[in-house]
Each structure stands twice: as C-alpha cells, then as structure tokens.
Design a binder for this molecule. Structure first.
Ligand SMILES: NC(=O)c1ccc[n+]([C@@H]2O[C@H](COP(=O)([O-])OP(=O)(O)OC[C@H]3O[C@@H](n4cnc5c(N)ncnc54)[C@H](OP(=O)(O)O)[C@@H]3O)[C@@H](O)[C@H]2O)c1
Length: 296
C-alpha cells in the first residue's frame, strides 16, 4: 500500500454525486491529492471491466467510492438496483483494488441501524436495517469487513452540501413557496456537512489506521430542529423568511415507502482517538455552509 506517499493519485467514483463534488472542490488547490473523477459511463461500479479499464488508465493509489444508489424510498421498489450498486458494486471495487494494491475508501450510513438505541451507535453495535437502502448498504459493509484488505469504511449520516439536492435545499425551497413547513420531530440524528467528511477522510488517508469509523458532526437533533436552525440562520444573516414557521409533525403522517430509524446518532469516540480531531458541532458547520458556501 502506498498511502503514505507525499502525493496521492485518487480515482473517485460517483463523480456527479453530492459527496464526490465536495472531494473534487476540496482537493482542487491541494498539492498532496490528485483527484480523477470519471463519469459513470467510464467507471460503472456494477461492471467490473469498467472499473478495471478506469484503474488501468488512471493507475491510482487510492479509490474513493462515492457511487451509490441513495434514494431511500426508491430503493424499496428497485431492490435489484439497490443491491447491485450498494452491495455487488462494492464487491467489484474490492476485487479490483486488491488486484492492483489500491487503498479503498467507502462510505456507509446510519440507516444500517434500526434506531432502537437511546445512545450514539458505535462501530461495533449490531446492525439491523429497517429498509432496502440500509440492507444494501450493509451488504457493501460486509463485503468490505470480510475482505482482509486495507480499507477505510466511514459511516456517516444526514449529509448536506454541494449540489443542493438535500434536506437544506428542500427546506429553503419550501420556505420560498410556503409560510408553514411541516417537518418530523420523531427522528433524531446528526446532520453532517460534506466539507467536514472530506476533511476527515483526507486526514485519515495520511494514516495507516485502516478499518471502520463513524463520522458525523457533533450534536444530535430532530429533522424539525435542523429545519428550525436553517431558517433561524437565514433570518439572522440574510434577513429572509421572517414569516416562515416550521411546524413539528410525525413520521407516520408522511407515508413514505421506507421506514427510517427513530434514533441514529453516531458515536465518534473511535475516530477522535485515532486522529485526535475536534469535530465541529452541526450548528457551527451549518452556519458556515449557509453563510460562506451557499449561493443565496
Ligand atoms: N446523502 C446522505 O445523507 C448520506 C448519509 C449517509 C451516508 N451516505 C453515503 O455517502 C455516499 C455518498 O452519498 P451522496 O449523497 O453523495 O450520494 P449521491 O449524491 O446520490 O451520489 C451518488 C452518485 O453515484 C452515482 N451512481 C449510481 N450508480 C452508479 C454506478 N453503478 N456506478 C457509478 N456511479 C453510480 C449516482 O448517479 P445517478 O444519480 O445518476 O444514479 C450519483 O451521481 C454514499 O455511499 C451514501 O450511501 C449518504
């Protein structure tokens, strides 16, 4: 494994996705990472020959897998696709990375848990997904954990960032068109800015402390509290949305195809001990994102 070299060439999959875009922008001005991010047509993780072709032409030391099927409700109706991308896709990547001595970085989700716990989930807690998305992501985790390869598996949660196809954008869009926005208050988790995930991943890559890590921003909240904070920040900084009211509602009212865990906060003790980091609170990161990064 060449992960300690001064300059790392990284093959990034899923290049059009939210997290992948953050990796590309986060590495743009860095000299220690060269990111090459082919489109899905040139690196389809469900097609092993496509991965091999990309690896042969790029010759990376690290492969960061941001490719996934992440539409939690659509996964219920498209189980084959979910298991193919989130499960077998990871198995393909493991095989190609092993053959070529490439370090694999992969992301998983708090949705591998059933939400029955009352304190943050550790890396060792038993998984018991409530839906197909979580089941398919768990399959990907299992392939990796049984692979006997060097890897970083980072479980994260409630992600927002570039691209705006996420909860923060959904709340803003709703607030533009409605004075009252209903948001569930019976699911608790950790909102997490993609910028922070990229920072932590690039720091982990400088180590050889391979394995599974939880990472999310500090502090727990409900989606309702998350939405209230988005609007509060925008009211203070942008002088917008003064008539917007966030109304608490219950998950059962939404009638979504997939069940979500009622509680899915992640314990960060392991990653904190491994690389001695201060993890930003979700409110701090959200404010930075909305004020510094957004195009509002
Ligand atoms: N978003 C969250 O809140 C969240 C929370 C916890 C963990 N995660 C994990 O974090 C990772 C990144 O998530 P994200 O939100 O950035 O996902 P995303 O925005 O949905 O991006 C995933 C990308 O992968 C592409 N893709 C799908 N199938 C592919 C294939 N066979 N080969 C290559 N690319 C393919 C998708 O293309 P199409 O859109 O064209 O299908 C999409 O551009 C995922 O592993 C996800 O499970 C996300």
């Amino acid at each position: 494994m060449n992960a300690l070299r001064s300059e790392l060439k990284v093959l990034l999959t899923g290049s059009k996705g939210m997290l992948a875009k953050e990796f590309v922008s986060g590495c743009r001005n860095r000299k220690d990472y060269i990111i090459i991010a082919p489109e899905e047509e040139e690196c389809n993780i469900t097609d092993i020959s496509s991965i091999k072709n990309a690896v042969n032409s790029i010759n990376p030391q690290v492969l960061i897998n941001c490719a996934a099927y992440t539409d939690v409700d659509a996964c219920e109706a498209n189980q084959e696709k979910a298991f193919s991308v989130n499960g077998e896709g990871v198995e393909n990547l493991i095989q190609v990375c092993k053959e070529n001595d490439i370090l694999l970085v992969h992301f998983s989700t708090d949705f591998v848990f059933d939400g029955g716990k009352k304190s943050p989930y550790t890396e060792e807690d038993k998984q018991n997904p409530l839906g197909i998305y979580g089941e398919s992501k768990l399959l990907g985790e299992q392939y990796l954990l049984n692979s006997h390869a060097g890897f970083f598996l980072i479980r994260t949660s409630w992600m927002y960032g570039n691209g705006w196809n996420n909860f923060v954008q959904a709340i803003i869009n709703n607030a533009v068109n409605h004075t009252e926005v209903s948001v569930v208050d019976d699911q608790i988790g950790n909102p997490t800015w993609t910028r922070d995930i990229v920072d932590i991943t690039l720091r982990l890559l400088k180590t050889e402390q391979y394995g599974i890590y939880n990472y999310s921003n500090e502090g727990e909240c409900s989606w309702y509290e998350f939405a209230c904070e988005i609007i509060r920040i925008l009211q203070n900084s942008e002088n917008k949305f003064h008539s917007t009211k966030i109304i608490p509602s219950k998950s059962a009212q939404l009638k979504r195809a997939a069940k979500r865990p009622a509680y899915s906060a992640l314990s960060k003790s392991k990653i904190r001990a491994a690389i001695g980091i201060d993890i930003p609170h979700w409110k701090e990161s959200l404010k930075k994102f909305l004020i510094e990064e957004s195009e509002l």
